[in-house]
Design a protein around this ligand. Structure first.
Ligand code: WT7
Length: 661
């Protein structure tokens, strides 16, 4: 028996049920024996002198010039870390490894959907990064100019990000699953000067045209002067003279001489749009020195990375922050060898992930609870087809993990010998904040455990007082940390308002509810704002509402997140039609597809409830709290502030109907 534990499905059910009673899982002995961090001293050191501790971690990077101040709080909440220092992210990710003689090391074992393989070394990445950086420079891209990136999971996406970083042009990556409309919006908001994209993308044996879609909206985004097109499928696409370039031809013609620009520690590295409480996505701005310090330290110590021996795989998409921090920057800055996989977890079959773990000897694997739940549904025969014995650590991210999924992951994938780290963080935090150091902190399934050294979270009430252990409250972070967002792109007011108005300039408002137990472990409950987490993808109820309402037959919509056993949360939409139109199955499909076109497939409501009214306050604000009560079958909260209290009875009936249909 080589792979995970081999048991029958019934036996497994029984064993998992028994394990549910086990509260803590000590670090496995064999793992702990050789781990990078093997005692509590880092916690004590960071507690005593947080800035000194982070400064020590920043020294693991290569700096062109040292910093003057570790943390500048003079303009709080606009914090500065390592001010005066100069460095370059692409230099830290590539040049320094090549200069140290590690150029032949594989950075990515890339695997295409149809089984194609490409091993990309650090030296190759560096060569292409320099050439693409020169292409961008030749096209007039200057430090500070934003470059959009809309690419699938191919090595060129890392080259594109690093080429931008090399010349100080912040990148703005848009997840491949977003609609052209969303890409356009993000390009407009960030006033992108160039866009790097593909001819077509592949998804489960099908081909989706990308460049033609992009062409359709480009006319509306006059700031874009250059479009670089990676020939991914080789399909024939129109190229606009003077604006469009093929990636391969352009880098072939470009010089390989391109020294990394020494940039200020606070130079913007990227902007990444994410959903907030309003329909307009927020451009999270990350800078260079502090961000790299945070992701490099956490990637190395949370995953206990040994760059010479480990093969690491994070199954996320680069279009999310997880991909930025833990596919591209963290692993490369640490000189790791990673797997990069283009496709879906169930194509060509549902064992593809485990096939790749076996094929490349993956030792560290990082994925999302929703993916684990899908694997549980598919059955243990898929992982059992493969030898997973090289795995030595597992991680999860994106949403709270239900204990049963944790136990399944630990037992079936980890063979009971791998610690499982549940990592809590956000696009805004840049790097992992709450997670076990795997050899030191025992796991409790369902808890992200303790804050990492140098991170200071608290659970507060509405007034900002700490709530007693065991009680639920609002998660906050009471001290700045190096990888924190620095601003919202071109919107400092919204930055202050969103994160630093509730508890003041020095305490970051997270937007999650949580409780801390008597051992100091954090249990994340979920969002407290109008953000929904579908399969670890962040969506705003307001954004989905506005997409639904833009359908000509819709008068009004109210969207909520409801619990979902597969995707964590799913979207339910209460929809009011125009005039006396009646809801139908066909209209339901129409509305869903309309949302897919506006935002992306991931935002399609799972459930649509036709209704004549939704509960509103007297001032006209939709009371989503009451809709959630209905959706989750709870007793209704206070309805006295409603404009028309009668609406609730009507809705309860409608919801029950839609549930049984
Ligand atoms: C929100 C942030 C961090 C990269 C992926 C998501 C939820 C994230 C956990 C976890 C419980 C989690 C929170 C958070 N979340 N990780 N381990 N346990 N909840 O990044 O899209 O910015 O979403 O995801 O609600 O606020 P994001």
């Amino acid at each position: 028996m080589e792979g995970g534990t081999k048991v029958s499905a019934e036996q497994l059910e029984k064993e998992l049920a028994e394990l549910l009673d086990r509260e803590t899982f000590e670090p496995p002995e064999e793992f702990a024996a050789g781990a990078l961090v093997s005692d509590e001293s880092a916690y004590a050191e960071a507690e005593k002198d947080p800035e000194g501790w982070w400064a020590k971690q920043a020294e693991a990077l290569d700096w062109f010039e040292p910093w003057d101040t570790v943390l500048d709080e003079s303009d709080a909440p606009f914090y500065k870390w390592f001010a005066g220092g100069k460095l370059n992210a692409s230099y830290n990710a590539l040049d320094r490894h090549v200069e140290a003689g590690r150029g032949d090391r594989v950075a990515f074992h890339w695997r295409g959907e149809e089984g194609e393989e490409r091993d990309v070394t650090y030296a190759e990445l560096l060569r292409d990064t320099k050439r693409l950086a020169n292409v961008l420079k030749d096209r007039g891209v200057q430090p500070g100019d934003v470059v959009g990136i809309f690419l699938p999971m191919i090595p060129e996406v890392a080259v594109a990000m690093l080429a931008c970083a090399r010349i100080g042009a912040p990148h703005n990556v848009v997840f491949g699953g977003f609609s052209p409309e969303s890409v356009k919006e993000r390009m407009e908001f960030s006033e992108a000067k160039a866009l790097i994209t593909v001819d077509c993308a592949r998804r489960k044996g099908k081909v989706a045209a990308i460049k033609p879609d992009v062409d359709e909206f480009l006319g509306d985004v006059p700031s874009i002067e250059t479009v670089v097109v990676v020939r991914n499928t080789g399909a024939d696409v129109d190229m606009q003279e003077g604006r469009d370039l093929f990636y391969d031809e352009a880098i072939e013609a470009a010089s390989e001489d391109c020294p990394a620009e020494p940039l200020d520690a606070e130079h913007p590295l990227y902007v990444l749009y994410t959903s907030g409480s309003t329909a307009k996505p927020k451009g999270i701005l990350h800078t260079t020195g502090g961000y790299l310090t945070g992701i490099a330290w956490t990637h190395r110590h949370v995953f206990d990375l040994r760059p010479d021996d480990d093969v690491y795989w994070c199954s996320a998409d680069v279009g999310w922050v997880t991909g930025h921090s833990y596919i591209v920057y963290g692993p490369l800055v640490n000189g790791a060898t990673s797997v990069m996989y283009e496709g879906a977890p169930d194509y060509p079959d549902k064992d593809i992930w485990w096939e790749l773990c076996e094929r490349y000897g993956v030792t560290l694997f990082y994925t999302a609870p929703t993916a684990i739940r899908a694997c549980i549904k598919w059955g243990i025969e898929y992982p059992q087809r493969h030898d997973l014995s090289k795995l030595r650590l597992l991680g999860t991210v994106g949403e709270p993990i239900n204990p049963k999924a944790w136990l399944w992951y630990w037992k079936i994938i980890g063979g009971e010998r791998c610690p499982v780290v549940d990592t809590w963080w956000q696009t805004e935090t840049g790097a992992i904040m709450i997670s076990a150091l795997p050899a030191v902190v025992p796991a409790k399934p369902g808890s992200a455990t303790r804050p990492l050294p140098g991170v200071f979270p608290a659970v507060l009430d509405e007034e900002g007082n700490e709530v007693p252990d065991g009680e639920q409250g609002l998660l906050a972070i009471t001290r700045p940390w190096p990888s924190m967002l620095r601003n919202l792109f071109k919107d400092p007011e919204r930055y202050k308002e969103t994160y630093f108005s509730k508890f003041g300039d020095t305490t970051y408002f997270v937007g999650d509810a949580a409780r801390r137990d008597e051992d100091g472990y954090f249990w994340i409950v979920g969002r407290v704002d109008d953000v929904v987490n579908v399969s670890g993808h962040r969506l705003s109820t307001a954004e989905v509402e506005s997409a639904i309402v833009s359908h000509p037959k819709v008068a009004e919509a109210a969207v909520i997140g409801q619990q979902d056993e597969d995707t964590g949360q799913s979207i339910a939409a209460f929809v009011i039609l125009e005039g006396d139109l009646e809801g139908s199955e066909q209209l339901e499909t129409e509305v869903r597809e309309h949302v897919a076109r506006r935002i992306g497939k991931l935002a399609r409501p799972k459930r649509i409830i036709w209704t004549a009214d939704v509960p509103k306050t007297r001032s006209g604000k939709i009371m989503r709290r009451l809709l959630r009560d209905i959706a989750e079958g709870r007793e209704l909260g206070d309805v006295t502030t409603l404009r028309e209290p009668g609406v609730m009875k009507d809705l309860e009936g409608k919801f029950a109907d839609s549930e049984s249909s």
